[in-house]
Design a protein around this ligand. Structure first.
Ligand SMILES: [Fe+2]
Length: 176
């Protein structure tokens, strides 16, 4: 029986909702680092842009399609539009001097947008719906896929893809 308990514990660590929430927290910390002005601002911004781009990509390609049609549709359509706004800001910021007033203003808007999207929309609204509608095994399997893809994507500097993703929100599959 103790073996079963251990197996269950390992599964819950890949719960996709915990993984995505942890990624949100890492992003919060990066915003703080950039704002407090410690370290190389432009390197920190690119790290932030890479993490946001990889995070948006795994959500749009893996997580959102997997949870579509489970009383989530309205939230998901709003989510991809919020991602689009975030990508447009990032694309603008990549072209700016990190010490300029324009960059700093956009950074502050980006932080507000990301925080609203991650905490108010996803963690407070979408994730509880997903938690009610998917089994623990489904959440764990999704978590494994999200984590593996995120880690593969991150070293490819995914911020470079962002300027090409600013025309239209990422497509969602038709509702089941
Ligand atoms: Fe998101």
């Amino acid at each position: 029986m103790s073996g079963m308990g251990t197996a269950k514990k390992i599964q819950t660590t890949t719960d996709v909702l915990s993984i995505l929430t942890t990624q949100h927290e890492e992003v919060d910390q990066l915003f703080e680092k950039i704002e407090t002005g410690k370290g190389d601002r432009s390197a920190l911004f690119l790290e932030l842009a890479d993490k946001l781009a990889a995070h948006a990509s795994v959500e749009e390609k893996i997580f959102y399609p997997a949870v579509m049609g489970k009383q989530t549709d309205e939230q998901l359509h709003e989510a991809v539009e919020e991602h689009l706004q975030v990508k447009r800001l990032i694309a603008d910021m990549i072209a700016l001097d990190v010490e300029s007033d324009e960059f700093k203003a956009k950074l502050s808007v980006l932080k507000e947008d990301v925080s609203h999207h991650a905490h108010k929309e996803e963690e407070d609204k979408l994730f509880p719906i997903v938690r009610r509608n998917l089994s623990e095994d489904e959440l764990a399997a999704l978590g494994n896929e999200v984590l593996a893809t995120f880690e593969k994507l991150l070293p490819t500097h995914p911020h470079k893809m962002v300027p090409s993703e600013t025309k239209k929100a990422a497509p969602l599959p038709p509702s089941a």
